[in-house]
Design a protein around this ligand. Structure first.
Ligand code: IVH
Length: 541
């Protein structure tokens, strides 16, 4: 497919996605079910990853929800309403905690205290209070600006209009979830498929009198902008919310360590049917506000919180082969090639095995029958293998001690903080010595958040590398276009386009440049910090 066809195909999908989003977020009356909707989102994101020239304001990679509806005034949030990263397994939780400890430079035995709160599947709202008065209420919108739904929110009995406690902050945005209890949903005979859609629909009625007819509830759980707040941790904040007159979730708990988080998760998942409101997981937040501040944010989610989602989809299939992929940092990632199976409506033929340690720990072998999980938008992964179904002549999987691409020794780093070997094995070559690493580094160099060179997609980078046109990032700026012109699939216009997009990036921001180098541990946020502190390339060098 040429660029024009890909673009047309993409635009068509975006249009379709916009229609479904509007039905979901604005009309609260989805045309398709949640998993189909997720599939369409994922498909668009994958297309954008593959073809870097694809981008659209309405793409799910740019927007958290849907742009506010025209029925209501749009108002910017004083602090953005962010989303949460997802966790689906105990392992995800361990990684979440590990990252926190590494980030805070803490040893393994450091105990982190969490506020564990059921994740209510409703509609989030931000309530602006000034001098104890509820003055405005906004929907989440796209996370940056929301709709002014003040009058509709005023009809909800759980929302206090005036708070007189001495310790109530001068100014604060109280945030929480608007929802309908399951028993109330059964009583109201209406056109909505589930309580979430019904809550969303009634909250967006043009006429607040219509909203008032529906028994909406509000549970508070966090804050946005604040001034004059003197509280040290989430647990105290939740207690104060109660004192100030808000409803909080009776199942909120303080928990230490991932083992106990798991125990609580299982308990609540069992009780899910008894609870009178829809919950779709548990949110864990680092309890201490000082630690939260230190941890800060990545992209549009906090580093100090995660949503542990309920009931993932899974299925069993045979592992046909274990392949090793090499990333730009030299990390060797094993991938299980499995006999294709349909999990929750998606055909799965690859499942990540994460790293060497994981294969050893779970003793995963070729020809094993494995339990595969696919949850949300994450890459499917192998949960376990069935030892009972293993053949007599099955052999342990030998992880390559030499890089399959360049033959260099593979090594595991020693982490001086945790005093443990890394779980990841890497190719020990340096810089651009290893072919696979070099190609991946160049792909990263031109990617959206780095040099953002449109028209230099992954396949083209690989192709140019094989043709000796690009061996190092700097080669991009002295490409031999005469040679490219003679390649199949390249015409005059595509050459003009490529030249144009390369020229466009001869000047880029310092932070993008640092990020583009692909130094291990230097992601977007760190690149920003370094750029801000060093100020110039001269200092950087
Ligand atoms: S905290 C930056 N706490 O989950 C963290 N969110 O994907 C902000 N939610 O938009 C959210 N229960 O609608 C938080 N106890 C809880 C929650 C909760 C439900 C929803 C909320 C948010 C979404 C995040």
């Amino acid at each position: 497919m040429n660029k024009k066809n890909i673009l047309n195909e993409y635009k068509k999908k975006i249009k379709e996605y916009k229609r479904f989003s509007e039905a979901y977020y604005v009309e609260s009356n989805p045309i398709i079910n949640d998993s189909e909707f997720d599939k369409i989102k994922q498909n668009l994101i994958e297309l954008e990853k593959k073809y870097h020239f694809l981008n659209d304001k309405a793409s799910p990679s740019n927007a958290v929800g849907y742009k506010p509806s025209k029925n209501f005034n749009k108002i910017p949030h004083r602090a953005p309403m962010l989303s949460l990263a997802n966790a689906f397994s105990e392992e995800d939780l361990e990684n979440f905690e590990k990252k926190i400890k590494n980030y805070l430079n803490k040893k393994d035995d450091f105990k982190i205290e969490y506020s564990a709160e059921p994740k209510i599947d409703g509609i989030s709202a931000s309530l602006i209070f000034k001098n104890g008065k509820f003055i405005k209420g906004l929907s989440r919108g796209d996370g940056k600006e929301g709709e002014d739904i003040t009058e509709n929110l005023r009809t909800i009995k759980d929302i206090p209009h005036s708070i007189t406690n001495d310790n109530f902050p001068r100014e604060i945005d109280i945030r929480g979830e608007v929802f309908i209890q399951n028993n109330d949903f059964k009583k109201i005979n209406n056109k909505f498929a589930n309580p979430r859609n019904a809550a969303s629909g009634s909250l967006r009625q043009k006429d607040p009198k219509e909203t008032k007819k529906i028994p909406l509830k509000f549970i508070a759980y966090t804050y946005g902008y604040e001034s004059g707040m003197n509280i040290d941790n989430q647990n105290d904040f939740l207690k104060y919310l109660h004192i100030w007159g808000f409803k909080t979730n009776p199942y909120n708990k303080i928990i230490h360590g991932t083992k106990n988080l798991m125990r609580n998760y299982k308990e609540i998942e069992k009780k899910r049917d008894e609870i009178n409101l829809d919950i779709d997981g548990i949110v864990y937040k680092v309890n201490d506000f000082k630690l939260q501040k230190r941890l800060g944010y990545v992209a549009n989610a906090p580093r100090w919180a995660v949503a542990h989602k309920f009931s993932a989809n899974s299925g069993t299939s045979k592992i046909i082969n274990i392949e090793i992929q090499i990333g730009r940092t030299g990390a060797l990632t094993p991938v299980a090639k499995i006999k294709p199976i349909n999990i929750g409506g998606v055909v799965v033929s690859n499942a990540t095995l994460h790293n060497e340690e994981e294969i050893l720990r779970k003793d995963i072998r070729i020809d094993d029958i494995a339990l595969i999980e696919r949850a949300g938008d994450v890459i499917p992964h192998v949960i376990s293998v069935d030892l009972k179904q293993r053949g007599k002549d099955s052999k342990k999987f030998e992880f390559p001690k030499k890089c399959p691409s360049c033959g260099a020794k593979t090594i595991k780093d020693f982490n001086t903080i945790t005093k443990k070997e890394d779980a990841v094995r890497r190719c020990s070559s340096e810089g651009y010595e290893c072919e696979k690493v070099a190609i991946e580094k160049i792909k990263h160099f031109v990617s959206k958040e780095a040099f953002n060179i449109e028209g230099l997609g992954k396949k083209i980078v690989e192709n140019f590398w094989n043709l000796n046109l690009i061996k190092l990032p700097q080669d991009i700026f002295k490409l031999d276009f005469n040679k490219i012109e003679n390649l199949e699939g390249w015409g005059k216009q595509s050459i003009i386009n490529l030249k144009y997009s390369i020229n466009l990036r001869k000047n880029i921001s310092f932070e993008r440049f640092i990020y583009a180098l692909g130094i291990r541990h230097i992601g977007l946020e760190n690149a920003k910090l370094i750029a801000k502190n060093l100020k110039s390339i001269k200092n950087f060098l």
